[in-house]
Design a protein around this ligand. Sequence first.
Ligand SMILES: [Fe+2]
Ligand SMILES: [Fe+2]
Length: 133
Amino acid sequence: MVFMEWSDELSVKVKEIDEQHKELIEIINQAHKINMGEDKKKGNEILNKLIEFTRVHFTTEEKYFKKCKYPKSEEHIVEHVELIEKVLKFKRDYEIGKCNCEEFLGFLKDWLENHLKVMDMKYVDNFQKCGLK
Ligand SMILES: [Fe+2]
Ligand SMILES: [Fe+2]
């Protein structure tokens, strides 16, 4: 069974952003497939990929917040910043041998699902009116 799955109800109706969300889900699934507690090399690779791509994704959304003068951008960006901080904290722990890996992946999955359904959904109308597709 797949750890995390994309579904139409997660669509924000902007192709570029949907594709990025799918890629994030894919990275989380890859991390779940390997044994992060055992395989440090792969674990680090996947964590770096996660951090790098999450930054790319948040930068994309935040670029459109500006372009579309999205009024709720502030509270949204706070969630982005907090997530990056949490992942970096996890990475520091991981590097010194502390790994609550299962817990971390569960947290990531819940965070992304919740963020997509609550925060990201809020910009759909604004982005549509702004002409994004
Ligand atoms: Fe997003
Ligand atoms: Fe977001």
